[in-house]
Structures are given as C-alpha cells and as structure tokens.
Write a protein that binds this ligand. Structure first.
Ligand code: GDP
Ligand code: MN
Length: 415
C-alpha cells in the first residue's frame, strides 16, 4: 500500500526525522493563505508547492515548484489542479491532482538518496544511499551502480552504528553532518521495521548551506515515499487509515473491499480463479494456448489476475464477475476453480447470480461474452447441476474437462 508524500513526512516527523513543516490544500483559493503561513513559519519567502499523487517524477513534470510570493503560489496551484500530471511513473493519460502540499522551502547545498527496502536476493532488509540523490537516481543506479552504497541490515540487530557511520562517510559527510546522518538512518531503519514497510525512501535528503545556527549545515528530508506490506496492515490501524482509495485503480479498489485480489492487465480473457498459484498457472496456460491464435505477433492474453480466495461467498463471486466484465477489453471469461475450502456449488451459484445481475450496454441481462467453466473438487457434482439447470439462461457458457481444455476453448471462442 502506498501513501502520499505529506503522510510519509508526518510519519518521519513522528519518528524524529528532520522534515520541514507544511500543510495540505485542496483548492486554488487556499494557496495564498497557505503560502503566507509557510513563509511566516520559517521567516523566509521560499516556499515549495508539491502535487500529492501516488507517483514520483513530479519535479521533472513541473509538479514541484518553488515560489516566493502568494501570487506565484496561486499560479503554481492553478497549474497543478488544472493539469494532469504525466511522468514516467504514471499511466500515459497522467493522474489528476487533488491535493497539494505547501511546505517551507529549503536552500540546498547537496542532495542525497536514502532508502530502506527488502533485498530479496540476500533475504534481508538493506539500506541504500547515494551522494547523487535527487531526480535522476534511477539513471545513476543503472549507469553507475558503484555510486550506490548498500548496507545489509541484520534481521535482529537492524542497522548498526558502524554501518550508519560507514554510509555517512561514504556520502562525503563531515563534522556535525555525520551524527545527523547516523540519527536519520537509524530512525528510518527503525521506522521501516516498526511499521512493516516495504519501502521507506527519502529522496532527496538535503544538506543546507552553512549558517551561523548550523555551521556544518543541516540535513533535512524534503521528499518521502513509503509503501507498506498489506498483509501486516491488520496490526497497524494508523497506517491502514492513511489509505487513499481515490489514488487506486477503481476496479482494484472495489475488488479489495470484497476480499478479492484483482490486478488489471491488457489482454482479452477475463480470469476468475481460486488461489493465487492456480490463478498464475491459469494465466500461463491462457498465454500458451493464446499463442496459437497469434495475429501480428501478439497472441490472446489474460485481461486480469483475479483470485477469489479460499472462502469467497456467492456475493463475492458475483462481484468478481461484475469487475471482470466492467473491463471493455474482455472478450471472453475463463472460470477455473479447484475447490478445496472453496465449494464448487458456491461458485456455480455465484455465476448464475452474476448472469442474472449483469446488465449489458443495451439494457439486457445475461452474459454476451463466451464463458468457459472448469470446476473440480469439493461439491463439484452439485456445482455442475446448478450450471446445467441454468444453461438456457447462460447460452454462451461451455464446460471444460481440465485446465488445458478450458484455455483452448476460451481462446477459440474469442479468436
Ligand atoms: P519528485 O520529483 O516527485 O521526487 O519530487 P521531490 O520532492 O523529490 O522534488 C524534486 C526536486 O525538486 C528535488 O530533487 C529538489 O531538487 C527540488 N526541490 C524540492 N523541494 C525543494 C525545496 O524546498 N527547495 C529547493 N531548493 N528545491 C526543492
Ligand atoms: Mn523525490
């Protein structure tokens, strides 16, 4: 689960990381007032306006702007609220901006990159840092991997002081900067574990110019990007509360509320499966069989991943159908159920209900697209009977004997 930058900054502040203050606005009208507050708060006219969307690359897209007057703040807010943000991390049509962060701007001497994530290769959490932080970190990682410092974190001890100091020196920090950096890294590593993060990234971590108050400059986190392990959200009500459904793919968000795991893809075969492993196998077989019908180098492919889970109800199955069919690219649906905990009769009843409930664009009910059903396992006889009895209601439905047969039939039906 991702959160907004302003929420990540709050978490960092709560953990004792140095973060400039700011506030969120939701309309152009609030911009001038928020500017005045931010400027007065720090005693300098430099303020930064930042679009709050679940994607990076904002700086380059013009959605992070430094302003020095209420009028400039308003102009920046107008631009961000009335244009969609397009970056290499957004879909091609971009994202609508609904919130802006208006924060104290800082003078920057140097930008660093700092993050904690899990390294699947070493099966440990890892601290990643670079003295070339800012907006080009992906290019640095790709072209000059030696410019990226890494410290694996001990599973029980976490980030150890000598490691943090080694990174601080590796970043070229000197004097009082070193202890500031060590404190920042230590707190970030603790926060990562305490909140079950999958990513805790500060980019950039900046060093401010030397001043009389801070003769060695000050290290500040001015952008933070966090994501969390969804399987651990049950023990972090505070984190779960930060979820912003309006930033999600609407179908994926709807699926989640019914306990379904749905991921939209770009093929034409809607898939409804129980179990994540079986769902992946189903997608492989659809791709394999779909190759036979390849036109212009592209075969028939799955339109989605959908796992109804082990204990789905009839309602959840009906909802799953609605979600699959709401994708205009779906030309056929493959239901692949291997009933263990999941009962085949529950699935069958869910299918029948879905056919009765589904409305086509012309107002009629029932499925227009071909439907291939493969049922096996617990209560399979009862499930087959239910479908048999509903045959006249669902004329586009075919039964399949096994997974390969099912994939072949659905591909042939849409080819
Ligand atoms: P991102 O592009 O979405 O990662 O957004 P960031 O918050 O990281 O901002 C992008 C870039 O804008 C940073 O790397 C900085 O160079 C610049 N920037 C952001 N905030 C400030 C600020 O307060 N002062 C100054 N001088 N530059 C800033
Ligand atoms: Mn950034």
């Amino acid at each position: 689960m991702k959160i907004h930058e302003y929420q990540a900054r709050e978490l960092c502040r709560g953990a004792g990381l140095p973060v400039p203050s700011g506030r969120v606005i939701q309309s152009i009208e609030e911009a001038a007032g928020a500017y005045k507050e931010a400027a007065a708060g720090q005693g300098s006219p430099l303020v930064v306006i930042k679009a709050q969307v679940h994607a990076g690359g904002r700086g380059k897209a013009g959605f992070v702007k430094l302003v020095k007057s209420p009028a400039e703040a308003e102009a920046a807010a107008r631009f961000m609220f009335t244009n969609r943000m397009v970056s290499n991390q957004t879909p091609p049509e971009g994202l609508e901006v609904k919130k802006l962060l208006v924060a104290a701007g800082v003078e920057i001497e140097k930008e660093f990159y700092l993050a904690i994530t899990t390294d699947r290769g070493t099966r440990r959490n890892v601290l990643i840092a670079s003295r070339e932080g800012g907006v080009e970190i992906e290019t640095v990682a790709h072209e000059r991997p030696e410019a990226i410092l890494k410290e694996p974190l001990h599973p029980l001890l976490g980030l150890q002081p000598f490691q943090a100091r080694r990174v601080a020196f590796g970043l070229g920090l000197v004097g009082k900067q070193v202890n500031q950096a060590v404190a920042i890294m230590t707190r970030l590593a603790e926060l990562f574990v305490a909140k079950d993060c999958t990513l805790a990234e500060i980019n950039p971590l900046v060093l401010t110019p030397k001043s009389t108050d801070h003769p060695d400059g000050q290290l500040l986190a001015i952008d933070a990007k966090f994501s969390f392990d969804e399987n651990a959200l049950f023990r972090h009500k505070d984190v779960a509360a930060l979820f912003d459904a309006s930033e999600e793919n609407p179908a994926e968000a709807r699926a989640r509320t019914f306990g379904l795991t749905y991921i939209a893809l770009d093929g034409s075969i809607g898939c409804l499966v129980n179990g994540a492993g079986l769902a992946m196998a189903t997608m492989d077989i659809v791709k394999l069989e779909g190759e036979r019908f390849a036109k212009g180098g592209k075969g028939i492919e799955p339109a989605n991943f959908l796992d109804v889970g082990g204990g789905a109800t009839e309602e959840a199955v009906t909802e799953a159908f609605q979600i699959i069919l709401s994708d205009p690219q779906v030309k056929g649906v493959l239901v692949n159920i291997f009933g263990g905990i999941m009962r085949c009769d529950v699935i069958a009843q869910g299918i029948v209900n879905a056919a009765r409930k589904h409305r086509n664009p012309d107002g009629s009910t029932g499925f227009k697209v071909p439907l291939v059903v493969r049922l096996e396992g617990t209560n399979v006889e009862a499930g087959r009977k239910l479908l048999e009895a509903a045959k006249s209601e669902i004329p586009t439905m075919q039964a399949a004997t096994d997974l390969t047969d099912a994939a072949r039939k659905v591909c042939a039906a849409v080819a």
